[in-house]
Design a protein around this ligand. Structure first.
Ligand code: SF4
Ligand code: SF4
Length: 323
């Protein structure tokens, strides 16, 4: 390995693995990456151990892409370790940036989740009702497993993050572009999101004009006009509150935006912003009539906070775990 090459690390915390797959999706670009960088830690691809990372000098890695949220003590420990060993830490994907879809777990307590997972599912075979504990005794030995936290957290709840690259997962070309910027030393101010400061509506080519919705529907209940704004047609679309970068991929194929790239620039609470955009489409001066229209939005909490409950002002039911 050449000393001039960038030293890269990649890690998957509490997530689905889709962000790691998105990195692989950069296809032949991975060969360009191999020319300019050596990968020193990537558990999904090679058999690295945590002790390999612990043995590195602080700041040894030039860049680390960390995807997934923080759900347990292992996620937190490795995030802290990688923070210490990396000059630049990038939160990759919406789970790491904002808590992601797994952050919806914050509508339940840890106990409710463990009870369901280990006792109540139809496939569970656990007659003694055992719930795994962080420390237990097995055959006279003490067994340690990670402690599940009370809530799902985003990465910057625990460590300082230099850059954010949201998306569920981020498109491969956005990851490739970020790698190019790193190699060229053309990164913006630390703390920046490595995506345009626009909304999905700015990227969406649909015509927006008729904001008089008297009924909200779910996507399967109608075949929308392909030219007109979906929100104007009574479909809940998160485009007005969501950061651009996806190229309006969903609205291009007649599906409303779900908000997976997180809040647009300057938006403090993506769900609240989207709710307000939806509310103004239900034009009526009659409060009761407005409430009737808005009440047609099914599962408002799950819809408006699908990708960012841990990042919201609401922050779920339980966010009191000590950091
Ligand atoms: S951001 Fe999406 S693709 Fe990436 S780990 Fe989270 S759920 Fe998976
Ligand atoms: S609300 Fe949705 S469909 Fe309408 S312009 Fe914005 S992104 Fe496009």
């Amino acid at each position: 390995m050449s000393d001039k090459k960038l030293k890269l690390g990649l890690y998957w915390a509490a997530g689905c693995g889709g962000c790691d797959v998105a990195v692989l999706d950069i296809d032949e670009k991975i060969l360009d990456v191999a020319e300019v960088a050596d990968i020193h830690f990537w558990p999904i691809a090679m058999d690295f151990k945590y002790k390999d990372v612990a043995a590195m000098d602080d700041g040894f890695l030039d860049v680390c892409f960390l995807n997934g949220a923080i759900r347990n003590s292992e996620n937190k420990e490795v995030a802290e370790l990688l923070r210490a060993k990396s000059k630049v830490l990038v939160a990759l994907g919406t789970c790491a940036c904002y808590g992601g879809v797994i952050g919806l777990a914050n509508f339940c307590t840890r106990e409710e989740i463990l009870e369901t997972a280990f006792k109540k599912t139809v496939s569970t075979d656990n007659p003694e009702g055992i719930i795994p504990q962080p420390v237990s005794e097995v055959d006279g030995c003490e067994l340690h497993i990670p402690e599940v936290y009370e809530a799902v957290y985003k990465l910057d709840d625990f460590v300082n993050v230099d850059y954010y690259l949201p998306g569920c997962p981020p498109r491969a070309e956005l990851i490739a572009k970020a790698i190019d910027a790193i190699v060229a030393g053309q990164l913006p101010e630390p703390g920046s999101v490595l995506l345009p400061a626009k909304t999905v509506c700015d990227e969406c080519k649909r015509e927006k004009k008729d904001r008089h919705v008297d009924e909200f529907k779910r996507p399967w209940e109608l075949i929308p006009d392909e030219e007109k704004c979906l929100l104007d047609q009574g479909l809940v679309c998160m485009g007005p509150a969501t950061r651009a970068g996806c190229g309006a991929a969903c609205t291009n194929v007649n599906m409303p935006c779900r908000g997976c790239y997180g809040p647009a620039e300057g938006v403090i609470d993506q769900g609240a912003k989207a709710m307000s955009a939806v509310a103004v489409t239900a034009v009526s001066t009659n409060l009761a009539e407005m409430e009737k229209v808005i009440s047609q939005v099914k599962d408002p909490a799950g819809t408006f906070y699908m990708y960012g409950l841990p990042n919201s002002l609401l922050r779920g039911r339980q966010m009191k775990e000590a950091k």
